[in-house]
Design a protein around this ligand. Sequence first.
Ligand code: G1P
Length: 291
Amino acid sequence: MKKKVRTAVFPAAGLGTRFLPATKVIPKEMLALVDKPIIQYGVEEAIESGIEHVIIITGRGKGAMEDHFDHSFELDATLERRGKTELLEVSRHVATMARISYVRQKEPLGLGHAVLCAKELVGDEPFAVILPDDVIDAEVPCLKQMIDVFNEREGSVIATQTVEGPAISAYGVLAGSPDPKNPRIFNCTGMVEKPKLEDAPSKQAIIGRYVLTPRIFELLETTTPGAGGEIQLTDGIKALLKEEKVYGYTFEGKRFDAGDKFGMLQATVEFALKRPEFGEKFREYLKSLPL
Ligand code: G1P
């Protein structure tokens, strides 16, 4: 019988240097997008996609994430005493929304190594990877769309989007060709991490969502350091490609790079505009600015 995708791995051990000084003490995954830490958007997406177990790969100084997804007795007791029922509900919801396990990545050896840290907890079944920096606004959660493709095609699935020009060098890039039956699917024949523009095999950039078969773990064990001297997930998947089908998937939705200052600003404006409590007020405010 086919195994269900039940687990999502969240690599969250990175230093977040792109967002200094804010990330000197605060984990980048805990930076607020409107009023929620960015990692919570990813965890909510995972749950809405049918994920039952979340594994967060953490590192030194990342304890705030564990506290965030735990009960806060002083806060809850105070809210209860003051009769702040709605806020109490918000606080309790965060603590109970998911079954979460934490694994420490003791050395910053790269994204591939971070995913490998989840091997024992995931076991012998397919799983998802969500990079919390990539916040995706979509009607159908991006991961759900990908799990549907995984179940239908029975091969690993990587989220992609078209990136024009030199910006492609910030991504993993797929080689291959569009599927004749479904233009959203890309039949992958290779991939390269952060190529120079002239070496990029296509405009299909990898975005931080993956559905992978467990074979990737064994392959990551023998993956040697690649781009930036790090063990790259892209290189592990490239090895997987030699044995199994791997598909790129152009998801429906909009992705924001919330680990980047400008990307976070874009996400903040767009998410704030959608909020029923103050979206209209915010729109009026933006319109009033002498732009
Ligand atoms: C990682 C992956 C890269 C992917 C990117 C998407 O890079 O290694 O293949 O395109 O995420 O956000 P990072 O941004 O962590 O350097």
